[in-house]
Ligand binder design. Sequence first.
Ligand code: G3P
Length: 224
Amino acid sequence: MPPRTFILNFKNYPEVMGEGSLGLAKAAASLGASLGIDMVVSPPTPMLHTVASSVGIPVFAQRAELGEQGKSTGATIPESIKAAGCAGSLLNHSESRIPLDVLAKAVERLRGLGLKSCACAETTKEAVEISALDPEFLAIEPPELIGTGRAVSKARPELITETAAALAKAGYSGRLLCGAGIVSGDDVSAAIRLGTQGILVASSVVKAPDFHAKMRELGTAMRP
Ligand code: G3P
């Protein structure tokens, strides 16, 4: 059984500006190694290269844009994400939504460069549509629970079981993750029991008084 995956989305919280990203990423890297879980970090765009050249775990951008490799001022394109040393990108996060046709091109372009995608979906229906693009990771995240501390695995368990069943029926072979409101080891164990292969988390770790301890609590609950 492949190791379970813990993707830590740093978002743009004040705690992860500049050096803050490096400290959190290094802590995540050492945790992943000690727990034997597949740890991935997603820092703010300006920190991608610094983090990717400082830690031995996969670093994902928080979004990838389809500007051309050339005259695309300000766009974070897959080629620059690769050049920064990243292993992939989050796509279609609730806070950074893109149309399905743009998502399809982004997954393809990233894949063409050997980069992985974690595509986010808000509903089971959207997850099934996105699964046809075969992203390596598919994260189901109900936007109303994001940042609330009310875990999707407790507040909306049916969303996970229905999505897992629908993806299995659709023949999706990637890893199903869930996110939104995950704050405790118990939330994580519930998510695994309901049929996911991992978690996508932000605030409970980034804003934790002791992010080492919080990551260890969540990571330990992921282990088989
Ligand atoms: O990408 C993960 C995120 O949206 C979940 O946020 O703060 O509820 O863990 P949070």
